[in-house]
Design a protein around this ligand. Sequence first.
Ligand code: GDP
Ligand code: MG
Length: 660
Amino acid sequence: MKIALAGNQNSGKTTLFNLLTGSNQKIGNWPGVTLEQKRGIIIGTDYELIDLPGIYSLSPYTAEEEVSRRFLLEEKPDLIINIVDSTSIERSLYLTTQLLELDIDVIIALNMTDILKKKGLVIDVERLEKELSTSIVAISALKKTGIKELIALIKSKEYRKNYHQLIFGPNLEKAIARVSPYLKGNHKRFIAVKLLERDPLFESPQIPSFEVLISELEKEFGTDIEEAVANQRYEYIVGIIKKAVIVHDVGVNSSEKLDKVFLNKWLALPIFVVIMFLVYYLAVGVIGSFTVDLVDGLFAALSDWTRSSLAKFNTSEWLISLIVDGIIAGVGAVLNFVPQLIILFFLIAILETTGYMSRIAFFLDRVFKRLGLSGKSLIPFIVGSGCSVPGVMATRTIEGDKERRMSIILTPFIPCSAKLPIMALFASYFFPNHSGLVSAFLYFLAIIVILISALIMKFFFKGNSGAYISELPNYKLPNFGYVFRDVKDRAISFIKRAGTIILLSSVTIWFLLSFSWRFEYGVPVDDSILASIGNLFSWVFYPMLGELSWGATVSAIQGLVAKEQVVSSMAIIAGFAGDVSEGTMIFSPSGPFSFFTSSNAFAFVVFNLFSAPCIATIGAMRQELRSTKQMMFAIIFQTGFAWVLGVAVYWIGNLIGVLL
Ligand code: GDP
Ligand code: MG
């Protein structure tokens, strides 16, 4: 017998897997991907257990989801053990409803039951079993309770058979019933739902007037079907939870005493602002700028050393230029910021793991709800100040569908760490005495942009809003194990970007800049391939720059690759690799960026901050929105907003200039 173990991340899958299999494990790779695969034999049986990757759904937008889904559909396991974290049951059951659509029996291992009481939760397991119509065993993988019962149930084969409950509203169920008869083989219900969702991975058989069916449903729901299906799943889950889960008040504890200060009606916001200010002051200010200089010096030395050593070996001029002016300059400009980011990630992880973040989110919930957001939107916004990609992914904790989608689209407006260099470059050159003030103003502007956008988007986005936040983790001493792992993961992924995406685009820029269309090396920059590409689009930026500049155009376009690349690109184009923080060389009167004045500089920065985010973020948005249409909407909305704002800033700046 072949058994698959499926569940969310951090639901205790690995702990249970190890318990069930003892030491009978084999670790390999999933065919075709680099994800780790664990297989083992359940103790006292000859059943094979396969640990699927941690997933939240079976919509294959991530490698994990795709692998899990392929395994379930193609390898035909005889049984699924679905491990569910009983302390966040609503989120976990989303996957459960999808698993139950397959033609495979499901046993739910309801995990973490040891801490239910502390969380003030009581779960009526029998009732839950009846509502979901599948077998449930309450366990604690950590305390090793319920494991024997679980194994006994598997061996007895007396678990409930999966008979596909109808969980959706009548219209959707009718549509599923229309589609199913045209399908062959197993998993008809699952595939029918996927076809209705227009899942690209399934090829649709000839179903008469299928398109009509879909467009009728969409008209009815006022959303695309994928969203309607997700909404109805949640409605079903919420209904079940109301019947089977009781939430108790856990009484006064030390957390509530701390809240008297941190969540005091008058003090909460000022304290929050001071804390965030300190975080930025430490990370970007004091320690940060010191470390940036350090790393910058390191790269300057590396670049000199490389140039002279390569010259010793008679390396050709173009290769030296590629390595020093292209690779070291481009990658170095980005790696400069690693120490700052490590400090920033460290401080934010501490705020998260102590529980402070969740509680301030609770405090802001009521205000944010009025904007169509959730208090939990705060977390993606704050994480997003490091990098929008994890920021966008942090929206997963937001329950309300509408609030989650809006947060996904608004998070990239927060100036992420990659936008810091852009702000620093322009502010320190054009506003040398007020660069701190200008940066602070830009953050403030970001908040205003988010508020205005939220008010606009509120009318475009349908879907349910989440309930008010009621579940609050207690304050805890920071868990440094978690903090270090978190900081390490984020830092490594940032460095990886520098080694891959930034490296690649720096080389590309160097190449396009060094060669003409006739592939002659060392032509004047104005004859380079890059210049001609920039010239093609430079009219777009004319209204905010007052100048047709190919250099500024291609630099801004490269913000799509990575926002750091705007500065790297300007540095490479200005023919100067090294300390760009002063900006003196980039804007030198004989250089390609001499036309910048304070008003178009400000406008250009504003455009780059608020336009479509980098490609990695766009990917994350697509994944979390689960809709290409909405992702396109987001990009157009962001870029349009940024363009209008940039143009407005330019003209207001000019006006002020005339008046003064
Ligand atoms: P996975 O990501 O699903 O593989 O989850 P892990 O097995 O790595 O568990 C995540 C965390 O939850 C670990 O810190 C475990 O010690 C903890 N954990 C797992 N099962 C239980 C449980 O039944 N009760 C409690 N309190 N913690 C658990
Ligand atoms: Mg694991």
